[in-house]
Ligand binder design. Structure first.
Ligand code: AMP
Length: 188
């Protein structure tokens, strides 16, 4: 299966994506994780990416598209993949779909985890206490929410039009949400 998982910052995409990908035996590909992994390098580009991420804004589309296509071209993605956190902008969406069309493939479904802002803010604060991500500050979280609303939410309308969207209630325990995620992928 070729899937996307979307949702606002702090909703639990990373957690659910790991569970789903291991259940379906497909790789989970997180652009956020790939950008965090770049931080180990001392290059100028790595520094720029780190600053953009710490502010809560999005990394440039061209760079993001390039690292995703490099990753999706590897052999382990041939039978399917779960993209977590990509595409996040309309140009990224256009790029992904053009690239997939060239490969003669298409998406099977787009999951969107939904939760109110109180829940996502609470989860973000819990994660900040655990792993101290530099973009888990109150200020960066505010920017991330705004950028999500402005640049990423419009993608949901596109996927709704394409009848790919599966909305999943992201509140409750990790297990409860995971069960809803698997149920959303079962044929009706
Ligand atoms: P995440 O781990 O998915 O919350 O991503 C953390 C940060 O990485 C985001 O706030 C962005 O700065 C950057 N990032 C991740 N995915 C993308 C993307 N598809 N486009 C642009 N920036 C991204």
């Amino acid at each position: 299966m070729r899937l996307l998982i979307m949702g606002p910052p702090g909703v639990g995409k990373g957690t659910q994506s790991a569970i789903l990908a291991s259940g379906l035996e497909i790789p989970a590909i997180s652009t956020g994780d790939m950008f965090r992994a770049m931080q180990a390098s001392q290059s100028e580009l790595a520094r720029e990416v780190r600053d953009v991420m710490a502010s809560g804004r999005y990394v440039d589309d061209a760079l993001t598209n390039r690292i995703v296509v490099e990753r999706l071209s590897r052999a382990d993605c041939a039978e399917g993949f779960l993209l977590d956190g990509y595409p996040r902008t309309l140009p990224q969406l256009d790029f992904l779909h053009r690239w997939m069309a060239e490969q003669d493939t298409e998406l099977d479904a787009v999951l969107v985890l939904e939760a109110d802002e109180e829940t996502t803010a609470r989860r973000m604060a819990a994660r900040a206490a655990l792993d101290g991500r530099p973009d888990d500050t109150v200020e960066a979280f505010r920017v991330r929410l705004r950028v999500y609303a402005e640049q990423t939410k419009p993608l949901l309308d596109v996927y709704d039009e394409l009848q790919l969207l599966r909305r999943v209630d992201g509140t409750g325990t990790v297990d409860e949400v995971a069960q809803r995620v698997f149920a959303a992928l079962r044929p009706a």
